[in-house]
Design a protein around this ligand. Structure first.
Ligand SMILES: [Zn+2]
Length: 447
């Protein structure tokens, strides 16, 4: 598919130093992340997402920038990450020290200049908007109207006498914790530190850390729910991972505790084999109810027809048949484990697999791809990255809501922030949900 260029193309730029002067106004006025987003969307039109390319085209500017950058089609993937990562680019000072004509990689230099230029424009834009806002009621220019007691600028609209304050964005709501400190705490938590360890390292009280986790976890859950819609995946595997809340099931039964949140807690996880994306998860007991919630989320998250493999848990066939019946090629894989060895060996080492039984439930799944290994590997990631999931220790969840928040944070971080070594990008990028890896700060801000 080829879309007509939205702007008349000028002849190739001879003097690369001046290329940015030819940037169309519309692109210059965009904030940098949006410009990059458009650039990515437009450049990948031939092989990725036509809808996004059309959307980029409507705003019309990206091809022009790309032409000015002087890139070839095969360099698309080079350009977008370079623009996204300022650390990889050299600044203009660096270039002026060397003879630009002698370099064999002029494209890199143009990108770096482009990056710095767009970035400086973005700062200009930011100051422009803060110095002269318009009234949201009548659209007239506002005038300065003193400051409030926290030093925030106040504004006044002459025509309609409205007065308002520029309040700084507060991604953490009423929490007083600065965002940088929150990022530090969360970066410890997503790497598998316990709440106490995070308390000792950062100096923030464990109750603050818990409140932060609950807040960000809730936002992450909503964010994942928004983002994981109609993603095109081909080969999904699902499994459940066991943990417990408050006390183990055995203790609960022995003491006759009736609290529904105590005892076993299972996390249902679906993962796509190729993109490594986790499109759906659910926390609950290992029963029909949770399975139903989980499969319904999976149904919403994945677009079109796909292959599904689960373990032999008997609630799956009914739920999958009900929610996903005609859309899946569904098979189960039951692994049989050996029981040899002493108690110690069985407890500390994984058991040996002595047999596997695959059953096709419906559709025509590809036999070679009936597999649950990838989701089992994800179970390890969960146990490694959340302290409360480590077995044979005394770290465990005491409160259901916090367990749920920790899981949501883990899955959001895994999908959006963590570079997966097998695919060399984040799973969300591979699946086409996002275009760049997110930092934790962005996750806090966006969620
Ligand atoms: Zn007004």
């Amino acid at each position: 598919m080829r879309i007509a260029y939205p702007l008349p193309l000028r002849p190739p730029v001879q003097r690369w130093r001046a290329w940015w002067r030819l940037l169309p106004r519309c692109l210059i006025r965009l904030p940098l992340p949006l410009a990059v987003e458009l650039l990515g969307g437009r450049l990948e039109q031939h092989h990725a997402n036509p809808a996004r390319a059309v959307e980029a085209d409507r705003l019309g500017c990206t091809v022009y920038l790309f032409k000015l950058l002087g890139g070839e089609p095969h360099q698309h993937r080079l350009i977008v990450p370079s623009l996204l990562r300022p650390g990889l680019c050299h600044g203009p000072e660096y270039i002026s020290k060397r003879n630009p004509e002698s370099s064999s990689r002029p494209l890199d230099r143009r990108i770096s200049i482009g990056y710095h230029y767009l970035q400086s424009r973005e700062t200009d834009m930011a100051t422009e908007t803060t110095t002269r806002p318009t009234c949201s009621e009548c659209g007239a220019d506002a005038i300065r109207w003193g400051k409030d007691r926290s030093g925030n600028q106040r504004w006044h609209c002459r025509p309609c006498s409205r007065t308002w304050t520029d309040l700084p964005a507060r991604p953490l709501g009423t929490m007083r914790l600065p965002v940088e400190r929150a990022t530090l705490v969360l970066s410890l938590l997503v790497e598998g530190s316990s709440i106490r360890a995070a308390e000792w390292v950062t100096g923030h009280h464990r109750d603050t850390i818990m409140r932060l986790l609950a807040l960000v976890g809730g936002k992450c859950e909503a964010l994942l729910d928004r983002l994981m819609r109609n993603v095109e995946l081909k080969d999904v595997q699902a499994d459940e991972i066991w943990t417990f809340c408050k006390m183990k099931q055995k203790t609960k039964n022995r003491l006759g505790v009736t609290d529904p949140e105590a005892g076993d807690a299972y996390t249902f996880i679906a993962i796509d084999r190729d993109t490594k994306l986790i499109p759906a998860w659910a926390l609950g007991k290992r029963d029909t109810l949770t399975t139903d919630v989980f499969v319904e989320r999976l149904e919403r998250a994945v677009a079109g027809r796909f292959q599904l493999t689960t373990d032999g848990f008997n609630a799956y066939p009914g739920s999958v048949g009900y929610h996903l019946g005609t859309r899946t090629d569904y098979a189960t894989l039951v692994k049989e484990y050996g029981t040899e060895g002493t108690e110690e060996e069985r407890r500390y080492s994984p058991p040996r697999i002595i047999g596997m039984e695959t059953t096709i439930i419906h559709g025509q799944p590809d036999r070679d791809r009936i597999c649950t290994s990838h989701v089992e590997r994800q179970n390890l990631t969960v146990r490694m990255n959340m302290r409360r999931f480590t077995r044979l220790t005394n770290s465990f969840s005491k409160k259901w809501a916090n367990l749920r928040a920790a899981l949501a944070l883990h899955f959001a971080h895994y999908n959006l922030c963590r570079m997966h070594s097998a695919i060399r990008m984040t799973p969300a990028m591979k699946a086409g949900v996002t275009r760049a890896p997110w930092s934790l700060a962005e996750l806090i801000a966006v969620a």
